[in-house]
Design a protein around this ligand. Structure first.
Ligand SMILES: [Zn+2]
Length: 119
């Protein structure tokens, strides 16, 4: 399924179901961004990859966002940023932050900026 246009190279961004560490997650990837295991078992970009756009649906799991949805990725591709809902440690409540595409991490949170009046 095509979710939108890659912010880096303008190709299609597609959604794939993958299994990572025994869990089913989604990978949102530019068609020109491919990874494989090399001979030393490192997970690296293939030699024909010309783009770095890849976001795993669990990329923000550290901040207790279980999954990034296809809808959120579509919005990210369209608006170049999205507002994500994150959660603090148990009982600390939720908060909102802007997130943008990032070439190395896939997605990056703008910690310095506050979100006004979301939702
Ligand atoms: Zn691309």
């Amino acid at each position: 399924m095509i979710l939108g246009q890659c912010p880096y190279c303008k190709s299609n961004v597609i959604s794939k179901k993958i299994t990572a560490q025994g869990k089913q997650i989604k990978l949102y990837t530019c068609e020109n961004s491919k990874k494989e295991y090399d001979e030393t078992d490192s997970y690296v970009f293939t030699s024909d990859s010309t783009c770095r756009f890849r976001i795993y649906s669990n990329a923000l799991f550290r901040w207790n966002k279980r999954s990034i949805s296809e809808y959120e990725i579509k919005k990210l591709l369209k608006d170049e940023q999205i507002v994500v809902r994150l959660h603090g440690k148990k009982g600390a409540g939720e908060y909102f932050k802007y997130a943008i595409p990032h070439e190395e991490y896939g997605i990056s949170i703008l910690w310095e900026e506050d979100v006004q009046e979301e939702l």
